[in-house]
Design a protein around this ligand. Sequence first.
Ligand code: UD1
Ligand code: CA
Length: 484
Amino acid sequence: MGFWSPKYGFESCPPSQSLEVIETVSVRAIVLAAGKGTRMRSTAPKVLNEVAGRPIISWVVDAVRTAGVADLTVVVGHGAEAVSEVLPAGARSVVQEKQRGTGHAAQVATAAMGDLTGDVVLIVPGDSPLFRSETFAALLSAHAANDAACTVLTTRMPDPAGYGRVVREDGEVARIVEERDADAAARAIDEVAVSTYAFDGEALVAALGRLTAENDQGEFYLTDAVGLVGGLGMVAGFEIADHAEALGVNSHDQLATVEAAMRARINRGWMTAGVRMVDPDRVYVDASVTLEAGATIYPGVHLSGASRVAAGAVVGPDTFVIDSTIGRSARVWYSVVRGSEVGEYAEVGPYASLRPGTVLGAGTKAGTFVEVKASTIGRGSKVPHLSYIGDATIGEDSNIGAGTITCNYDGFRKHHTTIGSRVFIGSDTMLVAPVEIGDDAITGAGSVITRDVSPGALAVERSPQQEIPGYAERRARKADSEGE
Ligand code: UD1
Ligand code: CA
């Protein structure tokens, strides 16, 4: 039985057919990731932009590995060090000092890979994170099944602008023409090449050796290798139906499109796995997040980092959950939850901020306009309204009145507040830390508590109420006489 995961889709392994291919010939992959991404207008390397919380390059490398290809050479250049850092152990990175085109990048890679005789080389672009491992595996199967020296992955784009066009002669792939070098007839072709190829090793090396930079950009184009390999053997096309898989990221516009497609894929996966999404177009779940069947996610929810939402929990609307766990049947709405644990049946929000180190026990409440930081709130205890709880420990079944503040900071250091079980903290209590409130104790509303309170005691700190009879009338009379 297959299982679903956001990284790998429904199957953890590629189809068995492709595994056979990989067992009989050695398949080695090249990932092209040296480009600057000029069109992003950013100093950061393009392939490090994140899609659903993971760098683009990590999606690509993962898909290649899941397709069963372990031998991986990544061509890095722009931001080489930063890109190499996110690569998995065992991946070889080679530096393309000057980015002289995709063909040049492939030359740099093959030069570092040693003898490629008898090998199949899978080449994929580092900027296209939507490719699924199944697609790479299917390309390799097709390549093994045909007698071609090169199999080009193609698709039909509704808007092929910017992509290399696949020129066929008598149905066979003859060459690829880049848009900027294409005439009107070639531009009208909607079958495009998407920088993904399976090459026989020797044919690849030979074709790369013949590349010239005679084109509009003066670069060495890998696409030209397809035309050049023709003299060495057949070129086959392998067309995929889902053109969205081949979308690359060259601009922020395309990054947003790709991100939306990835998000839709992730959300579909979770819904199939039993998660309810009230409006999936407005739910943002990073690849690193785990959801249990039976969870409900409302619109405007962003789940990221090492977060987990348990069965029966209801999250949103309009909530951020970062590196946090939401327990069974908990409810979190209109809130920001970071580095926190929300226990089962707990209630958070509306408008709560849980900061790192917060642990809410089962059945607790952090309600409206409540901020909690580095604090543990025990089973059944409630902080319903307008409070700040920082660096505190609260026992079980205690109630913290509206407007209560743990004054944890003296201007130099943070101090701890300890509140026992079954404590009743009156509204607007200031708990000046370090301070300890014993079990079953009570504080009077409006008190500034600076000393420990014994178990079962009432602590009140406020001046006695005075009453001046007839004061309103006297005041009115005074105003009248002043007016005369
Ligand atoms: C390339 C293809 C085009 C295809 C399109 C989408 C060429 C000449 N064109 O165009 O046919 O339709 O991708 O898949 O191949 N890179 C390097 N070193 C370089 C230049 C690029 O490593 O010197 C890397 C980039 O980091 C990127 C990939 O190669 O990951 C593709 O380069 P990019 O500049 O995005 O090519 P496109 O213009 O999109
Ligand atoms: Ca591209």
